[in-house]
Design a protein around this ligand. Structure first.
Ligand code: APR
Length: 316
């Protein structure tokens, strides 16, 4: 039987995820949105691309969750994107309600699914999904690290005029201004990045990576990035559905790793059929660890703001 993936939100990120899933023939796809007609129309359009792509998957869209029943994976992209001048954190309250209600409905129909959260502010929204779903921590995760890393890899490949494929990198921390690109763990065809680029260039690339989302928002004006975010999300889906045991940076619930507890933060994980099968704890320098803790503190601030509402929801 084919696997099934639900995409909540038929906007830019959601629809791009659905297209990429269909193109790869990874699973049957159900797209859900509150807008009338839009998820149905987009899903039908995607379905009609399948003969050309040579893939046999079904793709349907609608407003209710019945069609999503027994999904293997639920991707949450519903919510507002940021506009120029906004930080991801500015979306907190607008997206809290959306993530809470969509996850509540989705998990009723798919109690064994793995949740991949994409809605921002990412790490805080993972927390909402985790609390609302009551799922074990291996089945709730956020897409951010792969996106931040692919931006870093792109800029490095451009700088050195080498294949994008040969650049590996690692970005830790929350998906925000405090993310921690780990230059020490980055390489090009196995050659440490620090042997190839001087400090000034590295600093410039790190800064551009950190501002990577905002750079695109400034160009688009009415929304945020979706092509790279959807590619990153589908890489996670592929790792899980095919039990690839990929080692990728994802937002994961930490319980003491890196000295952080009770928070979703971006860390390297092993991604397979069980979801997050392992969290890797790297030996960080004092400086790197301090930067990671600073990033975690920014996530904690948002979680503390939400806590009264989350606790009230949990006892309701
Ligand atoms: N249920 C289902 N869908 C909803 C709900 C809801 N309660 N509320 C909003 N949506 C839908 C909107 O109707 C819209 O189609 O979510 C979609 C969001 O699409 P876009 O506005 O195009 O936003 P997008 O660029 O896809 O970003 C979505 O992902 O990367 C993050 O920061 C980004 O938080 C944002 C999210």
């Amino acid at each position: 039987m084919r696997k099934k993936v639900t995409v909540i939100g038929a906007g830019n990120v959601g629809a791009s995820c659905a297209v990429r899933l269909a193109d790869k023939g990874l699973a049957d796809i159900v797209v859900v949105d509150i807008l009338e007609g839009v998820p149905t129309g987009k899903a039908l359009d995607i379905l009609q691309s399948c003969p050309i792509q040579g893939v046999d998957v079904n793709c349907v869209g609608g407003n209710d969750y019945e069609a999503t029943a027994n999904s293997d994976i639920v991707i949450v992209t519903a919510g507002f994107p940021r506009k120029p001048g906004m930080s991801r954190d500015d979306l907190l309250w607008a997206n809290y309600d959306i993530v809470k209600s969509t996850v509540e409905q989705a998990v009723k129909y798919s109690p064994n699914a793995i949740l991949i959260v994409v809605t921002n502010p990412l790490d805080a929204m993972c927390h909402v999904a985790y609390k609302v779903s009551g799922f074990p921590k291996n089945r709730v995760m956020g897409m951010a690290g792969i996106l931040d890393t692919t931006r870093f890899r792109t800029f490095v490949a451009q700088e050195l005029n080498v294949s994008m494929k040969d650049v590996t990198a690692l970005v830790l921390g929350g998906h925000g201004d405090t993310m921690v690109p780990l230059v020490r763990y980055s390489s090009v065809g196995g050659i440490p990045l620090t042997d190839l680029l001087d400090q000034e260039t590295l600093d410039r690339i790190v800064k551009r990576t950190r501002d990577g989302g905002a750079e695109i928002v400034r160009y688009l004006k009415t929304g945020s990035a979706y092509y790279a975010p959807s590619a990153a999300t589908v890489e996670m889906v592929d790792a899980i559905l095919n039990d690839r045991k990929r080692v990728l940076p994802c937002s994961a619930y930490l319980e003491g790793e890196y000295g952080i507890s009770g928070l979703f933060v971006g860390v390297p994980v092993k991604l397979g059929a069980q979801g997050i099968e392992k969290i890797y704890e790297l030996k960080l320098t004092e400086e790197e660890l301090a930067a990671l803790h600073k990033s975690a503190a920014a996530v904690r601030e948002l979680v503390e703001v939400m806590r009264p509402k989350l606790e009230a929801a949990a006892t309701a």
